[in-house]
Design a protein around this ligand. Structure first.
Ligand SMILES: Cc1cc2nc3c(=O)[nH]c(=O)nc-3n(C[C@H](O)[C@H](O)[C@H](O)COP(=O)(O)OP(=O)(O)OC[C@H]3O[C@@H](n4cnc5c(N)ncnc54)[C@H](O)[C@@H]3O)c2cc1C
Ligand SMILES: Cc1cc2nc3c(=O)[nH]c(=O)nc-3n(C[C@H](O)[C@H](O)[C@H](O)COP(=O)(O)O)c2cc1C
Length: 583
């Protein structure tokens, strides 16, 4: 037996017991144990190791849930067809684990400006940097999700596909790049996948998916974007200054916790509606009567309802361009259609739907028109209350979104809908779980909560949760907005939380009052506390505006490096104690 090389960690007796166990393991068991211990210490989900039969991994990279939903759908379909497959997020996969699989099916979206979904960036970086690994035993296929209005359409899926091939994995099927109306293309890809994987007949009907997928499905089985919950709006209050353009509102809806249960850190998916004036303008420009019946997903409804509730009326897609060019019989449109992809994309990006159909007049068939429009996407808003604290309401904090388009100012569709919704009206919602943005289980570690603007919402739900559970812990809130006098969102809640002992420190940055200050400044000004808390295992949360919070994260990391404490950042990062919710 090897002499105890770590007497400071193991008593001789424990060391001997460990050696006895290790001596009994074969090579496969030892390798599995190494992975298991590494995953556990990094706070990762432990992916069950594949046995002889379960050598298919369906891995997703998702930020707003579409890829995850498709991956679970593929997992269920595979199970029914007798294929043993594990479903896991790429965030829980280590590159070397891919060596153990024969089949890998990746479903991954693109976010930011052509970036991987935030939870999977570590896997993505590791795969791109990996030099030594040879994946020649692996057969794979990639389904890329994206939005063709973005410059880097499906960039992450494309990069993963190329990288796996460069590492000698065998591409089973050509990659499929999906736009926002991905349902048909994704289903065809899944059907094709299931045709090429060998069946394990003994597994039909009774093999469970990974524990991970089973528990999540159970938790979410009732409401989804396809089957939303209809709730009544209770109040819609302006929280921010009257004079500012992008107002922030607090919206509460009536929901019983026993009907619709959510965890602080989760988001509420909202099925929004287009503004009536835009619907009227589109009907007018297309010369169509609103009352004409059309079918949407086999359901009959008046055209006006289909346009208001189910179709994107701002961004024209490729299908609309194709059908409209034919219909309008216009040379310029036909030339765009005949040109390369970049010219088509630029054309679509510089025309909103109303511009296109007004500039090139035509009268389409109502059903053809509806079928050629992109589906209206639901939007996510972080839950701003805890159902343990208030069990019959859900709260949202919504900022008006505004952007310039040519020479006019446009309002964001969902935020405009929500800012104008009235008490007594109904709203369609579904829960969107965000397991990476949760309170830590350990009750004694400090929390550092950093928010810009509406990024404050989940922290309100965190603190209410702690109050309901009567847990006092070291908790430091850093909040940035525009003006102290009028934009200190939920100020009374923070005062109350402080008085109740669940919030120990609150710091603010108000950009209009103190234009020189940045979000990281309060932490760096109190560097002693910041480093002490980091050393004591603090969890760091970043929520809200992607640009400002990324900048804040860089400043903190840079400062630690400058002060020779770079390892603190490494530790907090490796042990998954940084939680990001950026949009
Ligand atoms: C996990 C998560 C949590 C979130 N939580 C919150 C929250 O708590 N509070 C909150 O206020 N927001 C939150 N958001 C953001 C929210 O989901 C919406 O993205 C935001 O409200 C803007 O949506 P909108 O419909 O108003 O804007 P949209 O109408 O979707 O416009 C947004 C963007 O689309 C572009 N665009 C739209 N139409 C066109 C066009 N025709 N041509 C070119 N460009 C176009 C615009 O440039 C603009 O940048 C969250 C997002 C995520 C992902
Ligand atoms: C903030 C944001 C940025 C996005 N950036 C891109 C992009 O650069 N390229 C792209 O093809 N799609 C982009 N998309 C579209 C998403 O990839 C698409 O909505 C996808 O269906 C999301 O899948 P998910 O829910 O699995 O994350 C972006 C979406 C959002 C909300």
């Amino acid at each position: 037996m090897l002499n105890n090389p770590a007497t400071h960690l193991f008593a001789d007796r424990l060391w001997k017991d460990l050696q006895d166990v290790l001596d009994r393991l074969d090579e496969a068991q030892s390798l599995w144990l190494i992975d298991y211990l590494a995953a556990k210490s990094n706070g990762r989900e432990v992916i069950p190791s594949p046995d002889q039969k379960t050598n298919v991994l369906i891995a997703y990279g998702s930020e707003t849930g579409n890829s995850e939903r498709l991956a679970r759908q593929l997992g269920n379909q595979a199970e029914k067809e007798g294929i043993q497959a594990q479903v896991a997020t790429l965030a829980d996969v280590r590159v070397r684990q891919l060596l153990k699989y024969q089949y890998l099916f990746v479903i991954c979206s693109t976010h930011g400006d052509g970036d991987p979904p935030q939870p999977v960036s570590a896997f993505y970086n590791a795969l791109m940097e990996e030099e030594a690994i040879d994946l020649q035993q692996l057969n794979y296929a990639v389904l890329a999700l994206g939005d063709s209005t973005y410059e880097h359409f499906c960039a992450t899926g494309k990069q993963l596909d190329e990288r796996l091939s460069a590492l000698h994995a065998a591409r089973l099927l050509a990659r499929v790049d999906c736009d926002v109306d991905y349902a048909v293309a994704a289903q065809a890809w899944m059907d094709a996948i299931l045709k090429v994987v060998p069946r394990d007949k003994s597994a039909i009907g009774h093999r469970p998916l990974s524990h991970h997928s089973v528990s999540q499905q159970a938790a979410r089985k009732v409401y989804s974007r396809q089957h939303p919950f209809v709730v009544e709006v209770l109040e819609n209050l302006r929280l921010s200054a009257n004079h500012r353009t992008n107002a922030i509102h607090h919206i509460s809806v009536a929901v019983d916790a026993s009907d619709f249960s959510m965890t602080p850190g989760d988001a509420v998916g909202v099925l929004v509606e287009n503004p009536p004036a835009l619907v009227a303008a589109i009907l007018d420009a297309a010369n169509l009567p609103g009352e004409q019946a059309v079918l949407v997903d086999s359901q009959a409804m008046p055209l006006v309802q289909a346009l208001r509730e189910t179709r994107d009326l701002t961004v024209p897609g490729q299908r609309l361009l194709e059908s409209w060019a034919q219909l309008a019989n216009d040379d310029q449109l036909k030339a765009v259609l005949a040109a390369d992809h970049k010219i088509q994309r630029d054309f679509l990006r510089t025309h909103q739907l109303i511009d296109l159909i007004s500039k090139y007049p035509a009268t389409p068939d109502a059903q053809v028109f509806v079928d050629s429009l992109r589906p209206l996407q639901p939007r996510l808003y972080d839950l701003a209350n805890s159902q343990r604290y208030i069990d019959d309401e859900l709260h949202l904090t919504v900022q008006q979104y505004r952007y310039s388009f040519h020479n006019r100012v446009e309002l964001g569709i969902a935020s405009d809908y929500l800012l104008n919704i009235q008490p007594g009206e109904s709203m369609r919602i579904y829960p969107h779980a965000n397991p990476r943005f949760r309170l830590p289980e350990a009750q004694d570690v400090p929390l550092i909560l950093i928010a810009d603007g509406t990024g404050i919402a989940p922290y309100r739900s965190f603190l209410q949760e702690l109050r309901a559970a009567q847990i006092a812990r070291r908790c430091w809130l850093v909040f940035a907005e525009q003006e102290f006098e009028e934009d200190f969102l939920y100020q009374l809640d923070w005062q109350q939380a402080h008085a109740d002992g669940v919030l120990s420190h609150v710091d603010t940055v108000f950009y209009v009052d103190q234009p020189w200050r940045s979000l990281a400044d309060p932490l760096l000004e109190q560097a002693k506390r910041f480093t002490e808390w980091m050393e004591k295992g603090a969890h760091l949360y970043l929520c809200g505006d992607r640009t400002r919070l990324t900048q804040c994260e860089h400043s903190l990391k840079f400062w630690l490096g400058e002060t020779r404490r770079a390892e603190l950042w490494e530790q907090i990062n490796n042990s998954k104690r940084i939680h990001r919710n950026l949009y």
